[in-house]
Write a protein that binds this ligand. Structure first.
Ligand code: UD1
Ligand code: CA
Length: 485
């Protein structure tokens, strides 16, 4: 049976998160290309709830701003004082009004939890007709978690927080993950009866279980065997562990879909990255944001790609690319930096120590070595000589250069924008191109060479250079070429 659409998902994210020791709100710490809260909201979003409410408190400006930017459908509700998880949910119901139907509540600090697991919680809740259903698991180390108490018949009777538990209760390994499905119609009244009579002096949401049971309602549990995905994050050690686990999950999915990952231990891939079969990811590579790898594309070693599309059978080696589009069979690196707006067409090349920004490079065109291409359009079949710069900035404004098809730019050229170089034109090595070059012309824009004979011997007498010059002169006087080799 498929679960119905919940009336609301309430995400608890008002806590202080002291153990993170950070000026950033705990739930905004990042893993796998999203904030912790972002992961929770993505999982919650899979339930397609009618309302998605996020309880905010500590550092709420940060959280509210984050929601506006990343999850505009989420409604923040302010909890002025953090009176406990029960108080947080009570605050929501007071502000948004009564909710009927299924209400899901989840902690905001469980980034690994999958939407599918939440959906199974909701399904169990509805299939069993429970007033409350708790997501539980058996933790190898249950320290700190609320323990699930069951009666002789196995039914859930209450949740006892670690701090309030006696030794026998602490021996229970089944714990409260911090996710619940409630009957919304019963929740509000039960919350009003929650007390602060406990070790923390807080209103515990978990007390609702015993209250509803006391009223004669059914309480149930959905026990998930995968405790790894249920782990909460309270400090940066747990954050790193969660990040590693999430990464393992992402890499595994890619490998099962046909992507070769040579060294999973040094490869980091964000959750939104997509890749086609036979893509190869070599060691030390990080793929971020909306990066996409085409079929047979080879990336790495040592690449960091953000929001970059890599075409089929392209190769990218030791490169940093941000917002770039790399065409099929194109080649990038080693040691290249492609910045936003770079577009390499099929078989184009951005080689070694090459930086590009806002640049289009046409089919088969090559920029092989030591070159900066900024704000430029290069046609097809061109070659840009080593050590050239597309000079795009006059100190105030940026200008564009346009290079036609089959143009050969000599080595060490300065292409001073705005300038246009026509189809089939050539430029001489060492040129500073400040005006347009017509199609088919050869532009030479450098001083003519002049040799000052005998300069070294006159000016630098006694040096090894002067000695060598003298020997060459004398050898030449004895008869040029003789005895050479
Ligand atoms: C809670 C559960 C515990 C469970 C554990 C799982 C209670 C009383 N205990 O304990 O049974 O095993 O989660 O991780 O619920 N929050 C608010 N407002 C508040 C207090 C907390 O929004 O006033 C938020 C926090 O930001 C956090 C979540 O609620 O996202 C849980 O709060 P936390 O203090 O971490 O609860 P735990 O002690 O971990
Ligand atoms: Ca917690």
């Amino acid at each position: 049976m498929s679960a119905s659409r919940p009336a609301a998902v309430i995400v608890l994210a008002a806590g202080e998160g002291t153990r993170m020791k950070s000026r950033t709100s705990k739930v905004l710490h990042e893993l796998g290309g999203r904030s912790m809260l972002g992961h929770v909201l993505a999982a919650a979003g899979e339930l397609d709830p009618e309302r998605l409410v996020v309880v905010v408190g500590h550092r709420r400006e940060q959280v509210v701003e984050h929601l506006a930017g990343h999850a505009p459908a989420a409604e923040p509700v302010v909890q002025e004082r953090q009176g406990g998880t029960g108080h947080a949910v009570r605050t929501v119901l007071e502000q948004v009004g009564p909710l009927s139907g299924t209400v899901v509540v989840t902690n905001g600090d469980h980034p690994l939890l999958r939407g599918e697991t939440l959906a199974r919680l909701v399904r169990t809740h509805e299939d069993e007709g429970n007033a409350v259903t708790v997501l539980t698991t058996e933790m190898p180390d249950a320290t700190g978690y609320g323990r699930i108490m069951r009666g002789a018949d196995g039914a859930v009777t209450s949740i006892i927080e670690h701090k309030d538990a006696d030794d026998a209760q602490r021996a229970v390994r089944e714990i409260n993950v911090g996710m619940y499905a409630f009957d919304g119609a019963l929740l509000g009244d039960a919350l009003k009866r929650v007390t602060t009579d406990n070790a923390n002096g807080e209103e515990y949401l978990t007390d609702v279980v015993a209250i509803l049971r006391g009223d004669g309602h059914r309480a149930g549990a959905f026990l998930t065997p995968d405790w790894v995905e249920t782990q909460g994050v309270n400090d940066k050690v747990q954050l790193a562990q969660a990040r590693r686990q999430l990464n393992d999950r992402v890499l595994e999915a890619h490998m099962r879909a046909g992507v070769t990952i040579v060294d999973p231990a040094t490869t980091w891939i964000d959750v939104q990255v997509t890749a086609e079969p036979d893509a190869v990811v070599r060691p030390g590579t990080q793929l971020h944001g909306a990066t996409h790898l085409g079929e047979g594309a080879e990336v790495g070693p040592g690449c960091t790609l953000t929001d970059t599309r890599v075409g089929a059978d392209a190769t990218v080696v030791n490169a940093v690319c941000v917002g770039a589009e790399i065409g099929p069979e194109a080649s990038v690196g080693p040691y290249a930096y492609l910045r936003p707006g770079t577009r390499l067409a099929r078989k184009a090349k951005a080689g070694t120590y090459v930086e590009m920004k806002n640049a289009e490079v046409g089919e088969g065109s090559k920029v092989p070595h030591l070159t900066y291409v900024g704000d430029a359009e290069i046609g097809e079949g061109c070659n840009i000589g080593a050590s050239s710069v597309f000079v795009n900035y006059d100190g105030v404004n940026k200008h564009r250069s346009v290079v036609g098809d089959h143009v050969k730019i000599g080595s060490d050229n300065m292409i001073v924008a705005p300038v246009e170089i026509g189809d089939g034109a050539y430029t001489a090595a060492g040129s500073v191109i400040v005006s347009d070059v017509p199609p088919g012309a050869m532009a030479v824009a450098r001083a003519r060479q002049r040799n000052i004979a005998g300069w070294t011997e006159r000016r630098l007498a006694g040096t090894k250079s002067a000695e060598a010059a003298r020997r060459a002169r004398e050898a030449g006087a004895d008869g040029a070429g003789e005895g050479a080799g």
